[in-house]
Design a protein around this ligand. Structure first.
Ligand SMILES: [Fe+2]
Ligand SMILES: [Fe+2]
Length: 208
């Protein structure tokens, strides 16, 4: 498996380790937010499952989406067990302003929507991947640190799957724009959006 040092994420803004201090201050809230994000990531993959572009979808489309969905449900199970071991319980409602702001970047209709949805998924995976790496180093509980390290590797794979599918869609369809220019724009928007988030014990918070 590729190590953290050998892998570079494309994110423009790097989260400082100081973020983890805020995030780990209330571990129950962080785990609750995290569990909801895993559930939403699984739902997102299943939602995209039947949204392949016609007439020539990437061959690995359904396999990639089911693999992501399966991983996310597994992650959800891991986080729910951690919550339950701490005597906690998942909250019924959850909001993620970061993901909502990213979704507003999606242009509706056709291949542009498909590419944007894949890119937004890739951005969320990439940022989550970055955050898990920080948590794996900064979390004082060695068992939890190992869980975060495992999630780093998995979300890294998801980020790569989504961006690969976005590039395949652009290659296979008659998209006029350059997919790499769109990706650069999306990365720039993400760097603004992540820094606009409130501090707190959440996976996609910014820091105080
Ligand atoms: Fe996950
Ligand atoms: Fe993921």
């Amino acid at each position: 498996m590729m190590s953290v040092a050998e892998f570079t994420l494309p994110l423009i803004v790097t989260t400082p380790d100081a973020w983890a201090e805020d995030a780990l201050e209330d571990l129950d809230s962080l785990l609750n937010d995290h569990a909801h994000l895993e559930k939403k990531a699984g739902q997102n993959a299943l939602e995209l499952l039947h949204r392949w572009p016609e007439p020539s979808p990437p061959e690995n489309w359904t396999a990639a989406m089911t693999a992501v969905a399966k991983d996310e449900v597994e992650h959800l199970g891991i986080v729910l067990r951690l919550i339950s071991r701490r005597g906690g319980r998942l909250t019924k409602s959850h909001r993620n302003d970061y993901a909502s702001a990213l979704r507003r970047l999606v242009r509706p209709g056709g291949e542009a929507e498909t590419i944007d949805r894949l890119m937004v998924s890739a951005l969320i995976e990439a940022r989550s991947c970055e955050r898990f790496e920080i948590l794996s180093r900064c979390c004082p509980d060695p068992q939890l640190a190992r869980v975060y390290g495992g999630l780093w590797a998995s979300e890294k794979g998801h980020y790569l799957s989504f961006i690969d599918l976005a590039r395949q869609v652009a290659d296979r369809t008659d998209v006029e724009e350059d997919v790499e220019i769109r990706w650069k724009d999306m990365l720039a928007s993400e760097s603004r959006i992540i820094q606009e988030q409130r501090p707190g014990s959440r996976m996609h918070s910014w820091y105080s």
